[in-house]
Design a binder for this molecule. Structure first.
Ligand SMILES: *Cc1c(COP(=O)(O)O)cnc(C)c1O
Length: 482
């Protein structure tokens, strides 16, 4: 693309931009089970107006824009009270779950360094179901992620295994409320006890569940204690851009006290520009996302969220019941919120074919590869708009299972599995990768309509190769045209 030599009128800009969207998934349809959390047009309009209104304000310096300070404190106040944070708790607004988790991990690392200096590499002990963002933080911050097996029936953290993984370099334990993949709450009370016994920080990842769980509980769901009521919990992340229904760019990190939060702050006085101090990772930062999140919480209110939760809970229970009754599929664990993982124990039913068949029937469902105790499965994040679609979703699952039974499994996946067992990831070069992509039907960056073959290959190769394949693919994907 070339920069136009003269400017283009707004109408035409918008028309051209709109054309870019034609291949996007139709998230407004109610047939998309992930990515966008949709509370309906009215709520969206309220967010959009507030977003646009504060788009140009800069939260870089709250003394220059006191409105930004006030909005952030308001949001943290509503979230912290919702999470039963005690007197003295503090928090900040961030761009998303990843940033909130980064700040919790950074605080734990700095706490470790204060006690042990900078020589030892601090370790995070986390269940294999904890969100990847924790491992990403360990990667960025030069820490070690110690991944611990989970209970294979409940898909919850195994506290004894976590205990066994603690070393003198452990600085942080992680639990989820709920986990993304299976929608279950880890045994946070026991993890809190463990953290206190070993004088460790405990981060509860409430990115997806923190906000919604209290309403599910009020509706009768059996929700275990998981927030600041548990004494050992040091910090919690809670995304507003998921089931807070705010547009993307909105999450909250809450610390139990100010001294913990101090350890995630950053200031720099050794340069020649303006005095720099940041309460989060971003520096210059639009006021839009914060104002939109403020609008979402005020538009919905407690009753609004209760009603949205009611619809999502009903849809979830119906789906679980329907899948339980369906021959060839099963729900992994017992979701405590509205996130469902559906697998197959039937060797004749390849779950990746089921996902393809669902997509061909006009649904967007998310395949999750096998890892640890979790077999390959299909993930559904239930939206308020999902409910009217449940009967046809279940009918199409039944039809997709029957169609999948007639489709062959990958020929090359078992071959690659054997081949990869003997290769060292370090010896793996781009040429081998290209060959492999070609064998799996991936040429360049054009993905085939049916993804089962690729998913099957991804599912059997060692995780180090999975990661290499993914980064190479994305490295190819983002290339510009001149
Ligand atoms: C979404 C999610 C995250 C990561 O949040 P982003 O907003 O995508 O950065 C972390 N933990 C859980 C449980 C999540 O669902």
């Amino acid at each position: 693309m070339k920069l136009p030599s003269t400017g283009i009128p707004q109408d035409e800009i918008l028309a051209r931009l709109d054309a870019y969207r034609k291949e996007d998934v139709d998230w407004r349809s109610g047939r998309v089970w992930g990515y966008v959390y949709d509370a309906g047009v009215e709520a969206q309009k309220a967010c959009e107006a507030a977003f646009a209104d504060f788009l140009w304000e800069n939260a870089l310096d709250p003394t220059v824009f006191p409105s930004m300070l006030k909005l952030e404190n308001d949001l943290v106040s509503m979230v912290a009270q919702h999470l039963n944070a005690p007197e003295g708790a503090v928090g900040n607004f961030t761009s998303g779950g990843t940033e909130s988790i980064f700040l919790a991990v950074l605080a734990a690392r700095e706490n470790f360094r204060r006690k042990k200096g900078t020589d030892a590499i601090p370790e995070i002990v986390l269940p294999e179901t904890a969100h990847a963002a924790h491992q990403k933080a360990a990667y960025y911050y030069h820490m070690k992620a110690v991944i611990v097996p989970i209970d294979p029936v409940t898909f919850k953290a195994d506290v004894a295994a976590m205990r066994a993984a603690i070393t003198e370099n452990t600085c942080l334990l992680v639990g989820s409320a709920t986990s993304y993949a299976h929608g279950v709450v880890d045994p946070i009370e026991e993890l809190g006890q463990l953290a206190l016994e070993h004088d460790l920080r405990l981060h509860v990842d409430g990115c997806i569940g923190g906000w919604l769980l209290p309403w599910f509980e009020r509706l009768g769901a059996n929700v275990p204690l998981h927030d600041f009521q548990v004494p050992g919990v040091s910090s919690m992340s809670c995304d507003l851009h998921k089931y807070g229904f705010a547009p993307k760019g909105a999450s909250i990190i809450v610390h139990r006290d100010k001294s913990m939060r101090q350890q995630h702050m950053y200031a720099c006085a050794t340069w020649s520009g303006y005095t720099l101090v940041n309460n989060a990772v971003q520096s210059s930062k639009s006021g839009g996302p914060m104002a939109a999140a403020w609008a979402a919480l005020h538009f919905m209110g407690d009753e609004g969220y209760l009603e949205l939760a009611r619809r999502m809970r009903q849809a979830t229970l119906q789906i679980i019941e329907g899948i339980d009754a369906l021959d060839g599929l099963r729900v992994l664990g017992r979701p405590e919120m509205n996130l469902i993982a559906i697998a197959s124990d039937d060797p004749g039913v390849n779950i990746f074919h089921v996902a393809d068949e669902m997509n061909l029937r006009g649904w967007y469902v998310q395949p999750q590869l096998s890892y640890g105790a979790s077999p390959a499965n299909i993930h559904l994040s239930v939206n308020p708009k999902s409910q009217p679609h449940v009967p046809s979703l279940l009918a199409d699952f039944a039809a997709s299972v029957e169609a999948a039974r007639k489709l062959p499994s990958s020929q090359i996946a078992p071959m690659l599995k054997d081949a990869f067992a003997t290769i060292d990831p370090a010896d793996f070069d781009d040429k081998m990768l290209d060959q492999m992509l070609g064998m799996a039907g991936m040429s360049g960056v054009a993905l085939p309509k049916r993804m089962a073959e690729i998913n099957e290959v991804m599912d059997v190769i060692p995780t180090a190769f999975r990661e290499k394949l993914l980064t190479t693919f994305v490295n190819e994907l983002f290339q510009f045209e001149r």
